[in-house]
Design a protein around this ligand. Sequence first.
Ligand code: PHE
Ligand code: NA
Length: 512
Amino acid sequence: MKIESWGTRLGLILAMAGNAVGLGNFLRFPVQAVQNGGGAFIIPYLVSFLLMGIPLLWVEWSVGRFGGKKGIHSTPFILDAMDRRRIWKYIGVFGIFTNVAVASYYCYIESWTLSYVFHSIIGTFRGMSQAEVAQFFVDYTEIDKTTLGIPYEAVLFYILCLGLNTWILSRGLAGIEKVAVVGVPLLLIFGAFLAFQGLTIGTSGATAEHPDANSWEGINFLWTPQFDSLLNPKVWLAAAGQIFFTLSVGMGTIQCYASYVRAKEDIALNATSAGFTNEFVEVVLGSLIVIPIAAGYLGIDWVRENAGFGMAFQTMPYLFDKWGALLGALSGVFWFGLLFFAGITSSLAMGTPWVGFMQDEFRWTREKGALSFGLIILAFGLPTVLFFHQGVFDEYDYWGGTVSLVIFALIEIVLFAWIFGIDKGWAELTEGSDIKLPIIYKYIIKYVTPILLFFVFLGSFIAPPVEKLIVLKSPQSQNKDFLDLLLENGFEVINTGNKTTLKSDAQTFSKN
Ligand code: PHE
Ligand code: NA
């Protein structure tokens, strides 16, 4: 079999950056930051990046290239090659199945972005009220209702999106590289345009209804460091969780991509560049779009009360429409197009370990591997599509996208630093390196990162950061005093048209 590898260094960097830069940067980061106190979130976040994110990136690139030299491309085989014990092969299976779990809901969101590009082009959101735009999303995800006379539209776009992923995966690394080389730069251009809008709204969006709307307050809120919550473990957990998710560590995708790096090629500099690119996109572009634009028209208090995943789909199209027909439509295409490129370059990364494993283990062709991935995601993803409003989605995200990443990362770093051995590991990492890495990281990888990961692991069981969503449909439940009471008790209210969604850390809540 011909050995596959990345075509060019630029292709490799953009594919790896595309892997990391994803929906997490634009949808998850701003929400996590706002819900964890804005500026209070930033310090734990940066510390987690330096003490866990960067070391894990280096470890995963090293592990991947190490496997590639032996002609293997998925974590069950790679971990197995690092130590003689049989158990590693089974532990490595995490690096395939976590991807299946995450891709099953990730591709669903990705499919919304495709549909929203379409609706931005045909002008669906023109002249809609804020409640109508919000309701559109509710109807869209309640798939048996019709949106614009198309029933099951969400299902159609989901299948279309999976089809695209399958087709690109079947073209191998060259296909992924092409998508990254086009998609990542476009995403940066779209993002820069929207960030410019966010920065320049200033106070010009204030109205009688929202007199203190100011986009800069959104930025200040995110970027004014607050030291008081540094002692709050919940904030640390959220920050560490965001770092794992956003850098795509603990999933097996980085090892898989890195296994196609040529044996003598640099990994230290490449890993660092891809990691910093992700951070630039996250902390700069990710914080200059949704939050400032929403704060610029609705005020920072509104943002704090409504910060949630839904903002991107339920609020943004309404706000873009204020910029007029042409600019509004263009901004919608840019925003959802940006999300689409961010999403697909990540979901392709989630598919690669599966395809690589089928090739290694069963000698399947790439086409067969890709098709089987598409079908398995269809099967596993359908529950998130059909039962979106019942919270299936959150379960997938919690177990697949949060807990298992930490467990896998912890086991993997122990293998690398303690069983494979840090000296061998460090030599692997620095071989062929184009930069000199600070030697202190040898000790950070051996002691600090595993200990921190262990605390995060414990913490994720003691205080599961799962938040309950409660949807109240009856009109009485929208009674103002009642809502105030809920707000006082730590619930978050998300307006979804004629329904009100409440969110809380509390595990149980009874409406009556
Ligand atoms: N890092 C991606 C994001 O920020 C998500 C992802 C996780 C992609 C794991 C691949 C593997 O959205
Ligand atoms: Na990311």
